[in-house]
Design a protein around this ligand. Sequence first.
Ligand code: NOJ
Ligand code: NOJ
Length: 518
Amino acid sequence: MTLLVPLLFAAYLVLYAFALALPPFPHVAAIEQSPLQQKPQYSLDEWLQREEDIALDNLLANVAPFGRNVPDAAPGSVIASPSKNHPDYYYQWVRDAAITTSTLVDLYADDPFDPLSSKLEIILNAYASLQDELQHTNNPSGSFLDLSGLGEPKFEADGSPFVGSWGRPQRDGPALRAITLMSYLRAYNSSNPSLWTSDEGPDWFKPLYDAHMPANSIIKADLEYVSHYWNASGFDLWEEVQGLHFFTAMVQLRALREGTLLALAFHDSGAAAWYTQQATLLEEFIPTFWDSSKGHLVETLSSPRSGLDCGILLGSLHGSPAANNTVPGTPLYAPYSDEILVSLLALVYDQRNRFPINSAPPASPEETLPLGGVGLGRYPEDVYDGYGTTPFGGNPWFLCTSSASEILYRVAAHLQLTHELEVTELGMPFWEALLADAPSFADLKPGTYGSNDDLFADVLERLKSVGDGFLEVVKTHTDAEGSLSEQFDRVTGFERGARDLTWSYGAFLQAVRARGRV
Ligand code: NOJ
Ligand code: NOJ
Protein backbone atom coordinates (compact mmCIF):
# COMPACT_ATOMS: atom_id res chain seq x y z
CA MET A 1 0.00 0.00 0.00
CA THR A 2 2.72 2.47 1.00
CA LEU A 3 4.47 1.69 -2.29
CA LEU A 4 1.30 1.61 -4.33
CA VAL A 5 0.33 5.25 -3.83
CA PRO A 6 3.58 6.80 -5.12
CA LEU A 7 3.60 4.21 -7.90
CA LEU A 8 0.10 5.11 -9.01
CA PHE A 9 0.96 8.76 -8.81
CA ALA A 10 4.07 8.22 -10.91
CA ALA A 11 2.00 6.27 -13.43
CA TYR A 12 -0.48 9.12 -13.56
CA LEU A 13 2.29 11.65 -14.17
CA VAL A 14 3.76 9.54 -16.96
CA LEU A 15 0.36 9.14 -18.55
CA TYR A 16 -0.28 12.86 -18.20
CA ALA A 17 3.05 13.87 -19.74
CA PHE A 18 2.58 11.25 -22.45
CA ALA A 19 -0.87 12.44 -23.37
CA LEU A 20 0.17 16.10 -23.41
CA ALA A 21 3.11 15.33 -25.67
CA LEU A 22 1.08 13.37 -28.16
CA PRO A 23 -0.71 15.62 -30.61
CA PRO A 24 -2.50 15.05 -32.87
CA PHE A 25 -3.95 11.76 -31.59
CA PRO A 26 -3.64 12.00 -27.83
CA HIS A 27 -7.04 10.43 -27.28
CA VAL A 28 -5.77 6.97 -28.12
CA ALA A 29 -3.82 6.77 -24.86
CA ALA A 30 -6.78 8.10 -22.94
CA ILE A 31 -9.25 5.62 -24.38
CA GLU A 32 -7.11 2.71 -23.19
CA GLN A 33 -7.51 4.04 -19.69
CA SER A 34 -11.22 4.72 -20.07
CA PRO A 35 -13.47 3.83 -17.14
CA LEU A 36 -15.77 2.32 -19.77
CA GLN A 37 -13.83 -0.93 -19.59
CA GLN A 38 -15.24 -1.91 -16.21
CA LYS A 39 -18.80 -1.16 -17.31
CA PRO A 40 -21.42 -3.24 -19.03
CA GLN A 41 -21.78 -2.36 -22.70
CA TYR A 42 -25.13 -0.67 -23.17
CA SER A 43 -26.32 1.06 -26.31
CA LEU A 44 -26.90 4.78 -25.83
CA ASP A 45 -30.67 4.28 -25.68
CA GLU A 46 -30.41 1.52 -23.11
CA TRP A 47 -27.97 3.48 -21.05
CA LEU A 48 -30.04 6.68 -21.18
CA GLN A 49 -33.11 4.87 -20.01
CA ARG A 50 -31.23 3.41 -17.07
CA GLU A 51 -29.29 6.56 -16.29
CA GLU A 52 -32.45 8.70 -16.28
CA ASP A 53 -33.73 6.80 -13.23
CA ILE A 54 -30.34 6.85 -11.54
CA ALA A 55 -29.94 10.59 -12.16
CA LEU A 56 -33.34 11.42 -10.73
CA ASP A 57 -32.75 9.20 -7.72
CA ASN A 58 -29.32 10.72 -7.05
CA LEU A 59 -30.65 14.24 -7.59
CA LEU A 60 -33.46 13.70 -5.09
CA ALA A 61 -30.93 12.24 -2.64
CA ASN A 62 -29.50 15.77 -2.35
CA VAL A 63 -32.87 17.44 -1.76
CA ALA A 64 -34.64 17.82 1.59
CA PRO A 65 -37.07 16.61 2.73
CA PHE A 66 -36.58 12.89 1.95
CA GLY A 67 -33.05 13.06 0.48
CA ARG A 68 -30.79 10.34 1.88
CA ASN A 69 -27.67 12.50 1.64
CA VAL A 70 -29.12 15.52 3.43
CA PRO A 71 -30.80 14.38 6.67
CA ASP A 72 -29.83 17.56 8.54
CA ALA A 73 -30.71 20.05 5.81
CA ALA A 74 -33.66 22.42 6.15
CA PRO A 75 -36.76 21.11 4.31
CA GLY A 76 -36.79 22.57 0.82
CA SER A 77 -33.04 22.85 0.49
CA VAL A 78 -31.12 21.55 -2.46
CA ILE A 79 -27.50 20.77 -1.58
CA ALA A 80 -24.96 21.22 -4.38
CA SER A 81 -23.21 17.95 -3.55
CA PRO A 82 -22.96 15.66 -0.51
CA SER A 83 -19.19 16.24 -0.49
CA LYS A 84 -18.29 17.92 2.80
CA ASN A 85 -14.58 18.25 2.16
CA HIS A 86 -12.17 18.17 -0.79
CA PRO A 87 -14.21 20.04 -1.96
CA ASP A 88 -16.82 21.26 0.51
CA TYR A 89 -20.00 21.64 -1.53
CA TYR A 90 -22.40 20.91 1.32
CA TYR A 91 -24.29 24.19 0.91
CA GLN A 92 -27.37 25.39 -0.86
CA TRP A 93 -26.43 27.61 -3.77
CA VAL A 94 -29.37 29.71 -4.95
CA ARG A 95 -28.39 29.08 -8.59
CA ASP A 96 -27.87 25.31 -8.42
CA ALA A 97 -31.03 24.94 -6.33
CA ALA A 98 -33.23 26.96 -8.70
CA ILE A 99 -31.90 25.24 -11.81
CA THR A 100 -32.37 21.73 -10.50
CA THR A 101 -35.70 22.51 -8.87
CA SER A 102 -36.96 23.71 -12.24
CA THR A 103 -36.27 20.19 -13.51
CA LEU A 104 -38.43 18.87 -10.66
CA VAL A 105 -41.18 21.30 -11.66
CA ASP A 106 -41.03 19.95 -15.23
CA LEU A 107 -41.38 16.40 -13.92
CA TYR A 108 -44.29 17.46 -11.74
CA ALA A 109 -45.96 19.20 -14.68
CA ASP A 110 -45.63 16.06 -16.84
CA ASP A 111 -48.21 14.33 -14.67
CA PRO A 112 -49.29 16.09 -11.46
CA PHE A 113 -51.28 13.03 -10.38
CA ASP A 114 -48.45 10.55 -10.67
CA PRO A 115 -47.28 9.16 -7.28
CA LEU A 116 -43.91 10.79 -7.83
CA SER A 117 -45.68 14.14 -8.12
CA SER A 118 -47.21 13.95 -4.64
CA LYS A 119 -43.68 13.68 -3.30
CA LEU A 120 -42.49 16.44 -5.63
CA GLU A 121 -45.33 18.68 -4.50
CA ILE A 122 -44.15 18.43 -0.90
CA ILE A 123 -40.59 19.22 -1.99
CA LEU A 124 -41.67 22.14 -4.18
CA ASN A 125 -43.84 23.69 -1.46
CA ALA A 126 -40.98 23.30 1.00
CA TYR A 127 -38.57 24.85 -1.52
CA ALA A 128 -40.87 27.85 -1.89
CA SER A 129 -41.25 28.36 1.89
CA LEU A 130 -37.52 28.06 2.43
CA GLN A 131 -36.79 30.64 -0.28
CA ASP A 132 -39.01 33.07 1.62
CA GLU A 133 -36.86 32.48 4.71
CA LEU A 134 -33.58 32.77 2.83
CA GLN A 135 -34.74 36.04 1.27
CA HIS A 136 -35.37 37.43 4.76
CA THR A 137 -32.08 36.16 6.24
CA ASN A 138 -29.52 38.90 6.78
CA ASN A 139 -26.30 37.85 5.08
CA PRO A 140 -22.97 39.29 3.91
CA SER A 141 -24.59 40.61 0.68
CA GLY A 142 -27.16 42.63 2.63
CA SER A 143 -30.71 42.37 3.90
CA PHE A 144 -34.29 42.10 2.72
CA LEU A 145 -35.01 45.76 3.49
CA ASP A 146 -33.40 47.08 0.30
CA LEU A 147 -33.42 43.57 -1.24
CA SER A 148 -29.61 43.59 -1.47
CA GLY A 149 -29.50 40.33 0.52
CA LEU A 150 -31.16 38.53 -2.40
CA GLY A 151 -27.84 38.60 -4.25
CA GLU A 152 -26.29 36.22 -1.73
CA PRO A 153 -25.08 33.15 -3.66
CA LYS A 154 -25.10 30.41 -1.02
CA PHE A 155 -26.43 29.46 2.39
CA GLU A 156 -25.63 26.77 4.92
CA ALA A 157 -27.62 23.55 4.65
CA ASP A 158 -29.75 24.53 7.65
CA GLY A 159 -30.66 27.86 6.03
CA SER A 160 -28.36 30.06 8.10
CA PRO A 161 -26.14 32.56 6.29
CA PHE A 162 -22.74 31.53 4.99
CA VAL A 163 -20.35 34.14 6.36
CA GLY A 164 -17.03 33.13 4.81
CA SER A 165 -15.47 35.27 2.10
CA TRP A 166 -16.95 34.53 -1.34
CA GLY A 167 -17.58 36.06 -4.76
CA ARG A 168 -20.70 38.06 -3.93
CA PRO A 169 -23.20 39.26 -4.88
CA GLN A 170 -24.26 36.96 -7.73
CA ARG A 171 -27.26 38.45 -9.49
CA ASP A 172 -28.45 35.44 -11.45
CA GLY A 173 -29.91 33.70 -8.37
CA PRO A 174 -33.06 35.78 -7.88
CA ALA A 175 -33.84 35.60 -11.62
CA LEU A 176 -33.45 31.82 -11.72
CA ARG A 177 -35.49 31.37 -8.57
CA ALA A 178 -38.29 33.56 -9.97
CA ILE A 179 -38.28 31.54 -13.21
CA THR A 180 -38.54 28.27 -11.27
CA LEU A 181 -41.29 29.45 -8.97
CA MET A 182 -43.27 31.02 -11.83
CA SER A 183 -43.07 27.73 -13.62
CA TYR A 184 -44.30 25.93 -10.50
CA LEU A 185 -47.10 28.45 -10.05
CA ARG A 186 -48.28 27.85 -13.62
CA ALA A 187 -48.00 24.07 -13.32
CA TYR A 188 -49.84 23.97 -10.02
CA ASN A 189 -52.50 26.32 -11.30
CA SER A 190 -53.20 24.20 -14.35
CA SER A 191 -53.41 21.01 -12.31
CA ASN A 192 -55.80 22.69 -9.84
CA PRO A 193 -57.93 24.74 -12.22
CA SER A 194 -60.56 25.84 -9.71
CA LEU A 195 -58.07 27.05 -7.11
CA TRP A 196 -57.53 30.43 -8.71
CA THR A 197 -61.12 31.55 -8.18
CA SER A 198 -61.79 29.61 -4.97
CA ASP A 199 -61.70 31.00 -1.42
CA GLU A 200 -58.53 29.03 -0.67
CA GLY A 201 -56.78 30.41 -3.76
CA PRO A 202 -55.12 33.39 -2.04
CA ASP A 203 -53.63 31.15 0.67
CA TRP A 204 -51.71 29.30 -1.99
CA PHE A 205 -50.88 32.10 -4.45
CA LYS A 206 -50.22 35.08 -2.18
CA PRO A 207 -46.94 33.89 -0.65
CA LEU A 208 -45.65 33.44 -4.21
CA TYR A 209 -47.04 36.57 -5.84
CA ASP A 210 -48.83 39.52 -4.38
CA ALA A 211 -49.05 43.02 -5.85
CA HIS A 212 -48.39 44.56 -2.44
CA MET A 213 -45.45 46.97 -2.17
CA PRO A 214 -42.93 46.91 -0.66
CA ALA A 215 -42.73 43.36 -1.96
CA ASN A 216 -43.89 40.76 0.55
CA SER A 217 -44.08 37.74 -1.76
CA ILE A 218 -41.21 35.57 -3.00
CA ILE A 219 -41.50 36.01 -6.76
CA LYS A 220 -42.30 39.69 -6.55
CA ALA A 221 -39.27 40.30 -4.30
CA ASP A 222 -37.05 38.52 -6.81
CA LEU A 223 -38.55 40.44 -9.74
CA GLU A 224 -38.06 43.73 -7.89
CA TYR A 225 -34.44 42.74 -7.25
CA VAL A 226 -33.87 41.85 -10.90
CA SER A 227 -35.58 44.96 -12.26
CA HIS A 228 -33.59 47.29 -9.98
CA TYR A 229 -30.16 45.66 -10.04
CA TRP A 230 -29.72 44.10 -13.49
CA ASN A 231 -27.33 46.80 -14.65
CA ALA A 232 -25.13 46.61 -11.55
CA SER A 233 -22.04 44.43 -11.74
CA GLY A 234 -21.75 41.20 -9.78
CA PHE A 235 -19.96 37.87 -9.86
CA ASP A 236 -20.49 35.46 -12.74
CA LEU A 237 -22.12 32.05 -12.51
CA TRP A 238 -18.69 30.47 -11.92
CA GLU A 239 -18.23 32.81 -8.93
CA GLU A 240 -14.89 34.13 -10.12
CA VAL A 241 -15.12 37.42 -11.99
CA GLN A 242 -16.97 40.62 -11.26
CA GLY A 243 -18.70 42.36 -14.13
CA LEU A 244 -21.70 42.08 -16.41
CA HIS A 245 -22.37 38.59 -17.69
CA PHE A 246 -24.30 37.04 -20.55
CA PHE A 247 -25.73 34.17 -18.50
CA THR A 248 -26.93 36.51 -15.78
CA ALA A 249 -28.46 38.97 -18.23
CA MET A 250 -30.25 36.23 -20.18
CA VAL A 251 -31.96 34.75 -17.13
CA GLN A 252 -32.80 38.23 -15.87
CA LEU A 253 -34.48 39.02 -19.18
CA ARG A 254 -36.54 35.85 -19.09
CA ALA A 255 -37.56 36.49 -15.48
CA LEU A 256 -38.77 39.99 -16.35
CA ARG A 257 -40.62 38.86 -19.50
CA GLU A 258 -42.42 36.06 -17.69
CA GLY A 259 -42.81 38.33 -14.66
CA THR A 260 -44.71 40.81 -16.81
CA LEU A 261 -47.24 38.14 -17.77
CA LEU A 262 -47.56 37.05 -14.14
CA ALA A 263 -48.04 40.63 -12.91
CA LEU A 264 -50.82 41.09 -15.49
CA ALA A 265 -52.52 37.91 -14.30
CA PHE A 266 -52.51 39.36 -10.76
CA HIS A 267 -53.84 42.73 -12.01
CA ASP A 268 -50.56 44.34 -11.02
CA SER A 269 -50.43 46.61 -14.07
CA GLY A 270 -47.94 49.11 -12.63
CA ALA A 271 -45.45 46.30 -12.05
CA ALA A 272 -46.12 44.84 -15.49
CA ALA A 273 -45.28 48.18 -17.10
CA TRP A 274 -42.11 48.53 -15.02
CA TYR A 275 -40.90 44.99 -15.73
CA THR A 276 -41.56 45.51 -19.44
CA GLN A 277 -39.64 48.75 -19.43
CA GLN A 278 -36.62 47.16 -17.73
CA ALA A 279 -36.85 44.06 -19.94
CA THR A 280 -36.77 46.27 -23.01
CA LEU A 281 -33.61 47.97 -21.75
CA LEU A 282 -32.03 44.58 -21.01
CA GLU A 283 -32.96 43.40 -24.47
CA GLU A 284 -31.14 46.38 -25.96
CA PHE A 285 -28.16 45.71 -23.71
CA ILE A 286 -27.68 41.97 -24.27
CA PRO A 287 -26.56 42.26 -27.94
CA THR A 288 -23.44 44.07 -26.66
CA PHE A 289 -22.22 40.58 -25.69
CA TRP A 290 -21.86 39.82 -29.40
CA ASP A 291 -18.26 40.34 -30.49
CA SER A 292 -18.27 40.64 -34.25
CA SER A 293 -14.47 40.58 -34.53
CA LYS A 294 -14.32 37.28 -32.63
CA GLY A 295 -17.43 35.95 -34.34
CA HIS A 296 -19.04 34.71 -31.14
CA LEU A 297 -20.79 35.90 -28.00
CA VAL A 298 -18.67 36.61 -24.94
CA GLU A 299 -19.69 35.67 -21.41
CA THR A 300 -18.33 38.76 -19.62
CA LEU A 301 -17.99 42.30 -20.98
CA SER A 302 -14.54 43.94 -20.96
CA SER A 303 -12.87 40.76 -19.78
CA PRO A 304 -9.33 39.68 -20.68
CA ARG A 305 -10.69 36.15 -21.29
CA SER A 306 -11.62 34.89 -24.75
CA GLY A 307 -15.28 35.02 -23.73
CA LEU A 308 -16.01 31.52 -25.02
CA ASP A 309 -17.86 29.95 -22.17
CA CYS A 310 -20.35 27.23 -21.36
CA GLY A 311 -22.27 30.05 -19.62
CA ILE A 312 -23.32 31.17 -23.12
CA LEU A 313 -25.02 27.81 -23.74
CA LEU A 314 -26.56 27.83 -20.28
CA GLY A 315 -27.71 31.44 -20.73
CA SER A 316 -29.52 30.44 -23.91
CA LEU A 317 -31.06 27.32 -22.34
CA HIS A 318 -32.18 28.92 -19.10
CA GLY A 319 -32.93 32.31 -20.63
CA SER A 320 -35.26 31.07 -23.35
CA PRO A 321 -38.91 31.10 -22.43
CA ALA A 322 -40.49 27.80 -21.58
CA ALA A 323 -42.55 26.35 -24.39
CA ASN A 324 -45.72 26.54 -22.28
CA ASN A 325 -45.31 30.21 -21.59
CA THR A 326 -44.90 31.82 -24.96
CA VAL A 327 -43.84 35.39 -24.51
CA PRO A 328 -44.77 37.34 -27.66
CA GLY A 329 -41.99 38.16 -30.11
CA THR A 330 -38.84 36.34 -31.16
CA PRO A 331 -36.82 35.33 -28.11
CA LEU A 332 -33.32 36.74 -27.98
CA TYR A 333 -30.47 34.24 -28.43
CA ALA A 334 -32.63 31.16 -28.32
CA PRO A 335 -30.74 27.85 -28.82
CA TYR A 336 -31.52 28.01 -32.57
CA SER A 337 -30.16 31.54 -33.07
CA ASP A 338 -27.11 31.94 -35.30
CA GLU A 339 -25.15 33.65 -32.53
CA ILE A 340 -25.61 30.74 -30.12
CA LEU A 341 -24.82 28.13 -32.76
CA VAL A 342 -21.58 29.75 -33.91
CA SER A 343 -20.55 30.33 -30.27
CA LEU A 344 -21.22 26.67 -29.53
CA LEU A 345 -19.08 25.71 -32.52
CA ALA A 346 -16.19 27.94 -31.39
CA LEU A 347 -16.35 26.52 -27.87
CA VAL A 348 -16.42 22.95 -29.17
CA TYR A 349 -13.39 23.56 -31.41
CA ASP A 350 -11.47 25.09 -28.52
CA GLN A 351 -12.25 22.30 -26.08
CA ARG A 352 -11.73 19.55 -28.64
CA ASN A 353 -8.16 20.67 -29.15
CA ARG A 354 -7.53 21.58 -25.54
CA PHE A 355 -8.35 18.34 -23.76
CA PRO A 356 -6.43 15.15 -24.58
CA ILE A 357 -9.50 12.97 -24.05
CA ASN A 358 -11.26 14.75 -26.92
CA SER A 359 -10.82 13.89 -30.58
CA ALA A 360 -7.99 14.85 -32.83
CA PRO A 361 -7.64 18.47 -33.86
CA PRO A 362 -7.94 19.25 -37.59
CA ALA A 363 -4.70 19.14 -39.60
CA SER A 364 -5.10 22.81 -40.50
CA PRO A 365 -7.24 25.48 -38.84
CA GLU A 366 -9.24 25.94 -42.06
CA GLU A 367 -10.21 22.30 -42.30
CA THR A 368 -13.86 21.74 -41.49
CA LEU A 369 -14.19 18.59 -39.48
CA PRO A 370 -17.63 17.18 -38.95
CA LEU A 371 -19.00 18.42 -35.68
CA GLY A 372 -19.01 15.68 -33.06
CA GLY A 373 -19.54 15.24 -29.35
CA VAL A 374 -16.61 16.14 -27.10
CA GLY A 375 -16.18 16.80 -23.39
CA LEU A 376 -16.86 20.48 -22.72
CA GLY A 377 -15.54 22.46 -19.79
CA ARG A 378 -16.52 25.86 -18.46
CA TYR A 379 -14.17 28.09 -20.50
CA PRO A 380 -10.70 27.84 -22.07
CA GLU A 381 -8.78 29.68 -19.34
CA ASP A 382 -10.25 27.64 -16.48
CA VAL A 383 -7.75 26.54 -13.81
CA TYR A 384 -10.16 25.03 -11.28
CA ASP A 385 -9.51 21.29 -11.20
CA GLY A 386 -12.43 20.37 -8.94
CA TYR A 387 -10.44 20.55 -5.70
CA GLY A 388 -8.32 23.66 -6.09
CA THR A 389 -6.63 25.68 -8.76
CA THR A 390 -3.63 24.49 -10.73
CA PRO A 391 -2.08 25.77 -13.96
CA PHE A 392 -3.97 24.19 -16.89
CA GLY A 393 -6.26 22.72 -14.24
CA GLY A 394 -9.52 22.98 -16.18
CA ASN A 395 -11.37 19.83 -17.19
CA PRO A 396 -14.54 18.96 -19.03
CA TRP A 397 -17.71 19.25 -16.92
CA PHE A 398 -20.71 16.95 -17.14
CA LEU A 399 -23.20 19.79 -17.00
CA CYS A 400 -21.52 21.67 -19.85
CA THR A 401 -21.27 18.57 -22.02
CA SER A 402 -24.96 17.81 -21.43
CA SER A 403 -25.93 21.39 -22.18
CA ALA A 404 -24.39 21.17 -25.66
CA SER A 405 -26.62 18.22 -26.46
CA GLU A 406 -29.64 20.03 -25.07
CA ILE A 407 -28.95 22.99 -27.36
CA LEU A 408 -28.77 20.73 -30.42
CA TYR A 409 -31.94 18.81 -29.51
CA ARG A 410 -33.78 22.06 -28.93
CA VAL A 411 -32.69 23.33 -32.35
CA ALA A 412 -34.02 20.11 -33.89
CA ALA A 413 -37.31 20.40 -32.02
CA HIS A 414 -37.65 24.00 -33.18
CA LEU A 415 -37.09 23.01 -36.82
CA GLN A 416 -39.64 20.22 -36.52
CA LEU A 417 -42.13 22.72 -35.21
CA THR A 418 -41.54 25.48 -37.77
CA HIS A 419 -40.75 23.22 -40.79
CA GLU A 420 -38.32 25.87 -41.89
CA LEU A 421 -34.56 26.28 -41.74
CA GLU A 422 -33.10 29.69 -42.40
CA VAL A 423 -29.40 29.53 -43.26
CA THR A 424 -27.68 32.91 -43.06
CA GLU A 425 -24.09 34.04 -43.67
CA LEU A 426 -23.71 34.45 -39.93
CA GLY A 427 -24.78 30.90 -39.11
CA MET A 428 -22.92 29.38 -42.08
CA PRO A 429 -19.83 28.12 -40.15
CA PHE A 430 -22.09 26.07 -37.90
CA TRP A 431 -24.12 24.50 -40.71
CA GLU A 432 -20.92 23.75 -42.65
CA ALA A 433 -19.44 21.93 -39.69
CA LEU A 434 -22.70 20.15 -38.91
CA LEU A 435 -23.17 18.93 -42.48
CA ALA A 436 -19.50 18.41 -43.36
CA ASP A 437 -19.95 14.69 -44.08
CA ALA A 438 -23.63 14.77 -45.09
CA PRO A 439 -24.84 14.05 -48.65
CA SER A 440 -26.41 17.50 -49.01
CA PHE A 441 -23.26 19.41 -47.99
CA ALA A 442 -22.74 20.46 -51.63
CA ASP A 443 -26.17 22.17 -51.68
CA LEU A 444 -25.46 24.26 -48.61
CA LYS A 445 -25.75 27.99 -49.18
CA PRO A 446 -27.60 30.82 -47.46
CA GLY A 447 -31.34 30.55 -47.99
CA THR A 448 -34.52 29.04 -46.65
CA TYR A 449 -35.03 25.27 -46.62
CA GLY A 450 -38.35 23.55 -46.13
CA SER A 451 -39.10 20.20 -44.55
CA ASN A 452 -39.21 18.57 -48.02
CA ASP A 453 -35.62 19.51 -48.79
CA ASP A 454 -32.93 16.83 -48.40
CA LEU A 455 -30.76 19.34 -46.63
CA PHE A 456 -33.44 19.93 -44.03
CA ALA A 457 -33.65 16.20 -43.35
CA ASP A 458 -29.86 15.93 -43.11
CA VAL A 459 -29.74 18.83 -40.66
CA LEU A 460 -32.33 17.18 -38.43
CA GLU A 461 -30.53 13.86 -38.54
CA ARG A 462 -27.16 15.46 -37.74
CA LEU A 463 -28.50 17.62 -34.91
CA LYS A 464 -29.84 14.49 -33.30
CA SER A 465 -26.71 12.42 -33.85
CA VAL A 466 -24.30 15.14 -32.72
CA GLY A 467 -26.51 15.77 -29.69
CA ASP A 468 -26.25 12.04 -29.00
CA GLY A 469 -22.48 12.32 -29.45
CA PHE A 470 -22.25 14.65 -26.46
CA LEU A 471 -24.35 12.28 -24.35
CA GLU A 472 -22.07 9.43 -25.45
CA VAL A 473 -19.24 11.38 -23.87
CA VAL A 474 -21.22 11.65 -20.63
CA LYS A 475 -21.88 7.91 -20.85
CA THR A 476 -18.20 7.10 -21.38
CA HIS A 477 -17.04 9.03 -18.32
CA THR A 478 -19.79 8.06 -15.90
CA ASP A 479 -18.78 5.39 -13.43
CA ALA A 480 -20.37 1.95 -13.32
CA GLU A 481 -22.97 3.09 -10.76
CA GLY A 482 -24.07 5.97 -12.98
CA SER A 483 -22.84 8.65 -10.58
CA LEU A 484 -22.04 12.05 -12.02
CA SER A 485 -19.51 14.27 -10.31
CA GLU A 486 -18.68 17.82 -11.41
CA GLN A 487 -15.84 17.17 -13.82
CA PHE A 488 -13.99 14.40 -15.63
CA ASP A 489 -10.27 14.41 -16.03
CA ARG A 490 -8.96 15.97 -19.22
CA VAL A 491 -6.31 13.24 -19.53
CA THR A 492 -7.61 10.07 -17.89
CA GLY A 493 -11.33 10.72 -18.30
CA PHE A 494 -12.04 9.68 -14.73
CA GLU A 495 -14.54 11.61 -12.65
CA ARG A 496 -13.20 14.34 -10.42
CA GLY A 497 -14.42 17.27 -8.32
CA ALA A 498 -17.50 17.26 -6.13
CA ARG A 499 -19.18 13.85 -6.28
CA ASP A 500 -22.85 13.44 -7.13
CA LEU A 501 -23.21 17.05 -8.19
CA THR A 502 -26.91 17.88 -8.15
CA TRP A 503 -26.56 20.18 -11.15
CA SER A 504 -24.80 17.45 -13.19
CA TYR A 505 -27.88 15.27 -12.75
CA GLY A 506 -30.28 18.13 -13.50
CA ALA A 507 -28.47 19.12 -16.69
CA PHE A 508 -28.37 15.51 -17.82
CA LEU A 509 -32.09 15.04 -17.19
CA GLN A 510 -32.93 18.21 -19.10
CA ALA A 511 -30.86 17.05 -22.07
CA VAL A 512 -32.64 13.70 -22.10
CA ARG A 513 -36.02 15.44 -21.90
CA ALA A 514 -35.09 17.62 -24.87
CA ARG A 515 -33.98 14.47 -26.74
CA GLY A 516 -37.39 12.97 -26.11
CA ARG A 517 -39.04 15.83 -28.00
CA VAL A 518 -37.03 15.17 -31.17
C1 NOJ B 1 -15.12 27.48 -6.04
C2 NOJ B 1 -16.00 28.11 -7.07
O1 NOJ B 1 -17.32 27.73 -6.86
C3 NOJ B 1 -15.53 27.74 -8.44
O2 NOJ B 1 -16.38 28.24 -9.40
C4 NOJ B 1 -14.16 28.30 -8.59
O3 NOJ B 1 -13.67 28.03 -9.87
C5 NOJ B 1 -13.26 27.74 -7.52
N1 NOJ B 1 -13.81 27.96 -6.21
C6 NOJ B 1 -11.86 28.30 -7.59
O4 NOJ B 1 -11.86 29.68 -7.32
C1 NOJ C 1 -18.85 25.87 -8.74
C2 NOJ C 1 -19.53 26.40 -9.94
O1 NOJ C 1 -18.62 27.21 -10.63
C3 NOJ C 1 -20.75 27.19 -9.57
O2 NOJ C 1 -21.41 27.58 -10.73
C4 NOJ C 1 -21.67 26.37 -8.71
O3 NOJ C 1 -22.74 27.16 -8.31
C5 NOJ C 1 -20.94 25.83 -7.52
N1 NOJ C 1 -19.73 25.16 -7.90
C6 NOJ C 1 -21.80 24.83 -6.75
O4 NOJ C 1 -22.09 23.73 -7.56
